[in-house]
Design a protein around this ligand. Sequence first.
Ligand code: ADP
Ligand code: TRP
Length: 330
Amino acid sequence: MKKILTGIQSTGTPHLGNILGVIIPSIKIANHSNFSSFIFVADLHSLTQVKDVKKIRDNTYKVVAAWLAFGLNTEKSILYRQSDVAAEVTELAWYFNCFFPYKRLTLSHSFKKEKKKNNHFKMNVGLFTYPILMAADILLYNAEIIPVGKDQLQHIEIARRIASRFNQKIGKKLFVLPNPFLQKEIGSYVPGTDGKKMSKSKKNCINIFSSDDTLKKQIMSIHTDNKSLKDKKNPDQDFVMSLYRLVASINEVDEMREKYIKGGYGYLEAKIALYECIIRRFSVEREKFFFLIKNKSLLDRILYLGAKKAKNIACERLNFIRKNFNFSPY
Ligand code: ADP
Ligand code: TRP
């Protein structure tokens, strides 16, 4: 049976980008196919950015609540925390570390970006070896389909290279080569309030799981040009419209397009329409999320069950990998 797997870091509350780019499409496959699915909170990865362990724990609950709010069926899918399989995934990552060329890892986009932002002395090694741990997340379960945003493509490519290197070394097809699964409808990425990729690390998120007031403020802060209310506007070069297109129905989008082209329709009205549309479209999920986040014992129970299932499979697979790699201490 084919496996799908994806992870979201516990660096904050999942935003509209995570939701449209990964959560909704993954749930569609996970709930309605014969694939077995592994959905996890990448809390070990988030330690590369967040050093406050309590924050990581709180964010972990938020990520889990978001998956459940959107209807992930945990009878069918395994929803777990990466640190609950820490022993298995980090052991595998270590083997990969020892077989992957250092130089190749220095070419990773995410590493180069971090290197630009930080100075060498402040940057932690975890940021460098990040893709190796990600490869271990995937290859530990032999997952084939990996729903991710475009920014993760290179990481999947690294996982593929590691898999084929290992297979070659061992002379067996021990690992299947994973394939990314992109949500094409959203384009390259869901834009944030500044038009750049929406990201938890930037202050450009639209967070549907925040209060009505905060959500409204975030939407009101979307950058626009300085055309006045009466001016005609370009619907194809505007961030409010770009976001509206991702959440509204075709008819609603057509109506807004016409208003832009005609003139006499201001960005304030467009933002209010976007806000109302988001509240309408996600009302059920928001309610579920707010309920779950107040009922942590339910989330703990789900995580406990997920950990047991994931750990069993991970242990079995790791033993099998060790044997084939002739590195079995047992
Ligand atoms: P962030 O980039 O906000 O810190 P994560 O790194 O935890 O979020 O990303 C989790 C998943 O969501 C990844 O597969 C990532 O590619 C995807 N993702 C993040 N932001 C966006 C976005 N703006 N549009 C589409 N997908 C996104
Ligand atoms: N690197 C991913 C991100 O930042 C999170 C992640 C960790 C992941 N391990 C993974 C995603 C394995 C897919 C598969 O979004």
